[in-house]
Ligand binder design. Structure first.
Ligand SMILES: Cc1ncc(C[n+]2csc(CCOP(=O)(O)OP(=O)(O)O)c2C)c(N)n1
Ligand SMILES: [Mg+2]
Length: 355
């Protein structure tokens, strides 16, 4: 048996690792948001709009009306809706990856402009030249729509720098996936953001998969909310299938960041029902796995139960569903009947200006 040594450590020996700084302030524990009936109805409406919009996009893709890539957001609706409901459109910046239709809808961008972009039409928000992955609205301060995994994290950090530099009171929200959270530039961004106390909310949408690779197979530390710890960025793990839990966490995060305390990291536990993109046959998981999430944790069904508990009737919800279906089918009609951009458009928007 080893004897406890009372000898002093030899000269030059490594000092014991110091305990982590205990004086680092932590954000308050988020509380589930107590929404009024009208507020919850508005969240439900937006989530349903995203769901029906994405279903329609899937159909149009199948019909060959949408070309290129198309990544659907079905299953993750509560994340964009819950988080962005705590932001101010036109004041706070939002940036995300290629799975971007839902974030735009949640920021009040018209469905018909998004659908027209998906189908490559002149009336689209990027004049039909960006498609599914490259949509912007400077007016809304929605900065894309990026196809390079992780790039939006560095760009989002730049947006936060701009908010701080201009002292305009805005914050940046940068979304990225569980796969992107293993990208090197994410950590360079974390470092600068904390060092400069930038007003940014980093959001990891942990939908459990990066293309066909599950988070457990790709990530040495799969509790992704801890990924900012070595940069002293506090992290919170949130149920991303419950819009009120998401909104509660959003309030905590926005309060922290607006108070000038620097960045915060949120990990939203969520799930995507469809394949990575429209061309993914999703052979890396079973149908039963997907069905079990749909049955147990669907974010729209969750909000529906909460609404019913507040006295909303099945008939009210049916009417709303009809209204949303109408909006979506009008968006699709608009998209299909708009012209494609003229050939001369090939030469516009290539450079900001001549020089
Ligand atoms: C720098 C870079 N590497 C690889 C790819 C190919 N790629 C596209 S999406 C993706 C997976 C990303 O998964 P995740 O970050 O979890 O986001 P999700 O698709 O689940 O929303 C990969 C590897 C890419 N587009 N860019
Ligand atoms: Mg993912």
């Amino acid at each position: 048996m080893a004897r406890a040594s009372t000898a002093k450590p030899a000269k030059g020996a490594a000092k014991p690792t110091p305990a982590p700084a205990s004086n680092r302030e932590r954000p308050a524990e988020p509380v589930r948001y107590e929404a009024s009936k009208d507020e919850l109805m508005a969240f439900y409406r937006e989530m349903l709009l995203i769901r029906r919009f994405e279903e329609k996009a899937g159909q149009l893709y199948g019909l060959g009306l949408i070309g290129g890539f198309c990544h659907l957001y079905i299953g993750q609706e509560a994340v964009a809706v819950g988080l962005q409901s705590a932001l101010e459109v036109g004041k706070d910046s939002v940036i995300t990856g290629y799975r971007d239709h839902g974030h735009m809808l949640a920021y009040g961008i018209a469905p018909k402009l998004i659908m027209a972009e998906l189908t490559g039409r002149e009336a689209g928000i990027s004049r039909g030249k960006g498609g599914s992955m490259h949509m912007f609205s400077v007016e809304h301060k929605f900065y894309g729509g990026h196809g390079i995994v992780g790039a939006q994290v560095s760009l989002g950090t730049g947006l936060a720098f701009k908010h701080k530099y201009a002292n305009d009171g805005g914050v940046a929200m940068a979304y990225f996936g569980d796969g992107a959270s293993n990208q090197g530039q994410v950590y360079e961004s974390f470092n600068m953001a904390e060092l400069w106390k930038l007003p940014i909310i980093f959001v990891i949408e942990n939908n459990q998969y990066a293309m066909g690779t599950s988070v457990n197979r790709s990530s040495a530390e799969d509790q992704l909310y801890k990924r900012g710890e070595s940069f002293r960025i506090p992290g919170l793990q949130v149920d991303g299938m419950d819009v009120l839990a998401v909104r509660g966490a959003a309030n905590t995060a926005v309060e922290w960041v607006r108070a000038g305390k620097g960045p915060i990291l949120l990990e939203l536990k969520t799930y995507r029902y469809r394949g990575h993109s429209m061309s993914d046959p999703a052979k890396y998981r079973s149908r039963d796995e997907v069905q079990a999430v749909r049955d147990k944790s669907d974010p729209i069904e969750h909000a529906k139960r909460d609404l019913e508990a507040l006295g909303v009737t099945e008939a009210d919800l049916k009417d709303l569903d009809k209204e949303i279906r109408k909006i979506v089918s009008e968006a699709a009609d608009f998209a299909e009947s708009s012209p494609e951009p003229g050939l001369a458009e090939l030469y516009t928007d290539v450079l900001v200006d001549t020089y």
